[in-house]
Structure formats: C-alpha cells, structure tokens
Write a protein that binds this ligand. Structure first.
Ligand code: ZN
Length: 132
C-alpha cells in the first residue's frame, strides 16, 4: 500500500535554531518553509536522498506540536508514508480495524493530501499517510 517514506516529522521548539543544526552541521539544505494554519504549525522541508526531514514548530501554544513537546519533549513526532491514493488507503486501513485520527484527508504542507493514523493502533508511532 505504501510506496516509500515521504518524510520524517520532527517537533522542534525553535525552527531557526534547528535549521542551523541541519544546514550547518549536517549539511542538508532547506528548500522552503510554510505555515499550515489548520495545524498551527510552521514547517521546513529538508530533502535528503529520496526522502525529507520535516521540521515542525508550533505557531500557537495550544497547537498539536506545542502539546507534543510539552508532553514528550522535542524529537521525532511522526513518520509519513507515501501512498498513491489516500482515499483508497484510508478505506483500506479502516477496513482492517485501524483507528484513524482523520476520517477524511486534509491539506498538508506542499499541497499534499494527508491523514493521520492513531498511535494506539500503530504500536506507538503517529503515522501520516501522504499523497502528492
Ligand atoms: Zn508530515
């Protein structure tokens, strides 16, 4: 069903500081930042090989990323798997009894269609399905 790891989402408290580490220490160049209002998040994408790192900074103290950092600290927040047809993929995982966070796809950064699966159904990992 999934074809590749689209990106790894990492929650950070300060996007500029984190970007400095990824760009200056690891040498991965950021190709752009974007604010996704619905998710109260500012994202930065850093392509590496065939996948990407997505840094996520909350734009609101009550946003999901702020709450994640409050509970668990900075770090890996989700893994995004690429699918060819997200509506079909959601139907399929639902049929298999997996709990969904998003019944319907929503708009993610970079014009992608995304939907999250509940970590309670996925061995503790917040999984994003992503179609682009
Ligand atoms: Zn993501």
């Amino acid at each position: 069903m999934v074809t590749k790891i689209d990106h790894i989402g990492i929650a950070v408290a300060n996007l500029d500081e984190a970007l400095r580490f990824y760009e200056e220490v690891l040498g991965i160049k950021c190709t752009g930042t974007e604010v996704v209002e619905e998710q109260k998040v500012k994202t930065a994408f850093l392509p590496i090989g065939d996948t990407k790192v997505e840094l996520l900074e909350s734009t609101d103290k009550d946003g999901p990323i702020a709450r994640f950092i409050e509970k668990r600290g900075q770090g890996i927040q989700h893994i995004a798997y690429r699918v060819e047809n997200i509506e079909e993929a959601l139907e399929e995982v639902k049929k298999k009894g997996i709990r969904l966070i998003d019944e319907k796809p929503r708009k993610g950064a970079g014009g992608a269609k995304i939907a999250f699966l509940h970590p309670k159904s996925t061995f503790g990992v917040l999984i994003e399905l992503c179609e682009r």
